[in-house]
Design a protein around this ligand. Structure first.
Ligand SMILES: C[S@@+](CC[C@H](N)C(=O)[O-])C[C@H]1O[C@@H](n2cnc3c(N)ncnc32)[C@H](O)[C@@H]1O
Length: 280
């Protein structure tokens, strides 16, 4: 799939204030939990990730696949850090930078248009990297991990939140249906293959966190959001697209409840710079 096709597919969702997207967002998060995310993220998840990555006022954080910038703005606000996002979709870039300006954070939150396969920054630019529900769009994850490693300073932490799957043969049909993904094709990994790919790219793994109850709630709410607002969404975004997403989230939820799908936050580190590399 070309970059242009990817961008076109995400543009519709990234127009967060369209009438149907507004209804969808209110169903999923209500006013209190809507921080401008486009994922399974909630503020509670983010607070936990901030702690695990040790983000503070001195941190320059990379956000890979920043979406519409809500999480980046939230993190900058909560910690005083600086965030630079890389996002392939131009609507996402535009909305992100508007959200940052509205929050008075343009000096600390910037999202640039770019591709995670070729991150447009110098080697050793960032203290830490984060990515929220993006990894499954990458067929060659080792390549993306190597790019992240390159732009992190030695010892820099890399935490990504991603859906993880342990398919069994009887899931073949479900797997096929999920492959089209949420707007763009998905390439699924298990936690085990993620770990292998991180080591292959040169990372050392620190820890893995699994937030099961928040994740289950989010998957269910996305499905219910599409179902409840089906008419408005079908009118704005097409009947086929709406029906597909109801099936997508229902299928996802059934795999979660079968114990074969989850959402892990995997924290690793570029070797060097002391820390985990210091012998104990
Ligand atoms: C599910 S959204 C998550 C957005 C954001 N991280 C959040 O939690 O709100 C996935 C994002 O990844 C972006 N993306 C897809 N392919 C990309 C690539 N090759 N490089 C950078 N961003 C990409 C999409 O445009 C989309 O905004």
């Amino acid at each position: 799939m070309s970059e242009r096709a990817i961008g076109v597919d995400y543009s519709e969702l990234h127009r967060m204030d369209s009438p149907a997207n507004r209804l969808l967002r209110d169903s999923i998060w209500g006013k209190d939990l809507d921080i401008g995310q486009q994922s399974f993220i909630t503020p509670r998840y983010l607070d936990d990730m901030i702690r695990h990555l040790g983000i503070g006022p001195e941190t320059h954080l990379l956000d890979v696949g920043a979406g519409t910038g809500g999480p980046a703005v939230y993190i900058a606000n909560a910690t005083g850090c600086r965030v630079t996002g890389v996002e392939i979709n131009e609507v996402g870039v535009e909305v992100s930078n508007r959200l940052a300006a509205d929050a008075g954070l343009s000096d600390r939150v910037t999202v640039v248009q770019g591709d995670a396969h070729t991150i447009p920054f110098e080697d050793e630019t960032f203290d830490a990297g984060l990515s929220l529900n993006v990894m499954n769009v990458f067929e060659d994850k080792v390549r993306v991990f190597r790019e992240v490693l390159r732009v992190l300073k030695p010892g820099g932490r890399w935490g990504f939140l991603s859906g993880t799957f342990d398919f069994i043969p009887e899931d073949d049909d479900a797997r096929e249906r999920l492959k089209r993904g949420y707007l763009i094709p998905q390439y699924y990994d298990s936690l085990a293959t993620y770990k292998q790919k991180l080591y292959e790219a040169g990372f050392r793994i620190d820890e893995v966190v699994e937030h099961i109850s928040d994740f289950w709630t989010q998957v269910r709410r996305w499905g219910d959001g599409y179902r409840t607002n089906r008419e408005a969404l079908a009118q704005e975004q097409g009947e086929e697209n709406t029906a597909y997403h109801i099936d997508y989230f229902d299928t996802y939820l059934s795999l979660v409840e079968a114990g074969r799908a989850s959402n892990h936050f995997v924290v690793s580190r570029r070797p060097g710079g002391g820390g985990a590399d210091t012998p104990v």
